[in-house]
Design a protein around this ligand. Structure first.
Ligand SMILES: NC(=O)C1=CN([C@@H]2O[C@H](COP(=O)(O)OP(=O)(O)OC[C@H]3O[C@@H](n4cnc5c(N)ncnc54)[C@H](O)[C@@H]3O)[C@@H](O)[C@H]2O)[C@@H](O)CC1
Ligand SMILES: [K+]
Length: 506
């Protein structure tokens, strides 16, 4: 699914109006009806008073349509029209006239300087002050109003985007804090970054029937990775295959005291479907690996405690390195040797990334299409600080291009930047996965997919998607609190099943 800028969304609206064709008033009706249907399902209690705060543009127009439709569905609705400026949009004016009269819908105009509105505690507040037309930070009285609404013990819902939040750049002014946001047609970039989590809340996106041709033509480098795309990446497993067909993954991971990370990664690789998985570990870990993971093979380092020797690499289709590796001097040397020797793309995580961040030349020497899987701190160590998540995302794309690598930046919506400048935000996963070892499992899954012959791009995208989906499937038995990293490989089977089913559907 594409992620478009606010300017592009305006173009999509205009194209739809001209080519469907449909009047902009009708399109507003369709969009707001879509919102209202969703709202009625989400908040079925008609006794709860609904307070809709409208600005002056088309977002406010949506608010007015929703007011009318909710009223007709039996809700007790009050509209607060905010006189932000006299320049109200045409469709806003038209819908103001369409509001049922005779006090059927209470209407309270608000002008700058008015006392802040008092609302009942159980109220449902709908924010239609500003939408994607926001062109400057919200300040002054209207900022105070948003802050007032944020401070009330009410349910807050935003139409299209919370007021004050920019769709495609970092928000600087005051913004509405929605518990839920309902967006039209496509997700906004702003929804995907932690800095907006409190503003956007739980978000939903639904099609309002914008013209498919316009969406297909829109040029963007940002995508939202959904089941529909992920299932097309999944390949069938041939009936007459054997373990040799599905590749041999090598994981160079673990050091004295940090073997858990290596084992979790290996379980990820095994459950991802790799034919064979070998763990290269220091001598002291031999018994641990053989006991804990009978399915894995062991490649022993000459050192007792840490990684110091690059094994023969020819036998392996994919190599993952870094989880629990440590950063000792000998390990640093061995990592540089590995980078120099490897022909195949590498999957680099944790300490491998930490070592690279102290030796930037290593980054330049990586085999092309290698996959780096930093968490935000590791990303910052590698590429430096950024003032906000939008800038960090731009940096991620730039670095992936510059070094010809894939950068998987882990987070609630893990983003995957490809060497061609595209980036994908993941749609699966949950807060239960924010727990130690979850990233090690991901490194293992991606290495396991690479070993099976998936392209680095497909391995990164599918790996991230399946990892999140497995975390979601694990919630069938666990809670977000109780979920631990080891549950993720155990639920990979359910994730594969679900994705295959989706593949048959789409
Ligand atoms: N036909 C269409 O174009 C459709 C538009 N839709 C809705 O329209 C919205 C976009 O509408 P608009 O482009 O009218 O934009 P808005 O509804 O966001 O309003 C923009 C107006 O607010 C003013 N403004 C912006 N930032 C301000 C600030 N910080 N302080 C004070 N005034 C400010 C602008 O000058 C402009 O007059 C979407 O978010 C969506 O809700 C939907 O109805 C779908 C169809
Ligand atoms: K809004």
């Amino acid at each position: 699914m594409k992620i478009c800028s606010a300017a592009q969304i305006r173009e999509l609206d205009a194209y739809t109006i001209n080519h469907e064709p449909i009047s902009s008033l009708e399109l507003m009706e369709r969009a707001a009806a879509c919102f209202t249907r969703w709202l009625i399902q989400a908040y079925p209690d008609q006794q709860r008073p609904v307070h809709i705060f409208c600005g002056i543009g088309n977002n406010a127009g949506d608010g007015l349509v929703a007011a009318r439709l909710l009223h007709h569905s039996g809700y007790d609705v009050r509209v607060h029209t905010c006189r932000i400026s006299p320049n109200r949009s045409e469709d806003f004016e038209a819908n103001l006239k369409r509001l049922p009269g005779h006090g059927a819908i209470g209407a309270s105009p608000i002008a700058e300087g008015d006392p802040m509105p008092e609302l009942p505690e159980e109220a449902l507040v709908i924010d239609a002050l500003f939408g994607s037309g926001l062109n400057r930070p919200v300040k002054g009285y209207w900022g105070d109003l948003l802050q007032h609404l944020n401070g009330l013990n009410v349910n807050r819902v935003a139409i299209d985007i919370p007021s004050g939040v920019y769709a495609d750049q970092s928000t600087t002014g005051v913004a509405f804090h929605a518990h839920r946001t309902f967006a039209f047609e496509l997700p906004k970039l702003a929804f995907l970054f932690p800095e907006n989590a409190e503003r956007v809340g739980q978000w939903t996106v639904r099609s309002i029937g914008l013209h498919p041709e316009a969406i297909a033509q829109a040029e963007t480098s940002n995508y939202y990775l959904t089941e529909e795309t992920a299932c097309t990446l999944l390949r069938p497993r041939a009936k007459f295959s054997h373990k040799g067909t599905h590749g041999h993954a090598l994981l160079i991971m673990g050091s004295y005291g940090k073997m858990g990370a290596a084992l979790l990664a290996a379980r990820g690789a095994l459950r991802s479907g790799a034919g064979l998985v070998s763990l290269h570990v220091p001598k002291i870990s031999y018994n641990i690996v053989q006991t804990a993971l009978p399915e894995a093979m062991v490649s022993l380092d000459g050192h007792e405690l840490q990684f110091t020797e690059v094994p023969q690499l020819d036998a392996y289709q994919a190599i993952g390195i870094g989880c629990g590796l440590g950063q000792g001097t000998l390990t640093q040397k061995a990592l540089s040797q590995l980078i120099a020797l490897a022909d195949q793309p590498l999957v680099l995580d944790a300490d491998a990334l930490n070592i690279i961040s102290t030796q930037p030349d290593l980054l330049k020497a990586l085999p092309s299409q290698s996959i780096l899987t930093p968490h935000p701190k590791e990303f910052e160590r590698l590429f430096g600080p950024t003032p906000n998540h939008f800038k960090r995302h731009e940096l991620q794309i730039r670095k992936a291009r510059e070094h010809g690598v894939i950068i998987v930046l882990k987070g609630a919506h893990t983003s995957i930047a490809l060497p061609n400048g595209r980036s994908y935000f993941n749609s699966t996963g949950n807060a239960g996965m924010a727990t130690g070892g979850s990233g090690d499992v991901l490194a293992g899954i991606i290495t396991g997919l690479l070993a099976q012959g998936y392209t680095p791009e497909a391995a990164a995208l599918l790996g991230v998607f399946l990892h999140g989906l497995a975390g979601d499937c694990a919630l069938q038995r666990e809670s977000e609190e109780s979920l631990i990293a080891g549950d993720i490989p155990d639920a990979l089977g359910l994730a594969y099943q679900q994705l295959r089913k989706a593949g048959n559907r789409h």
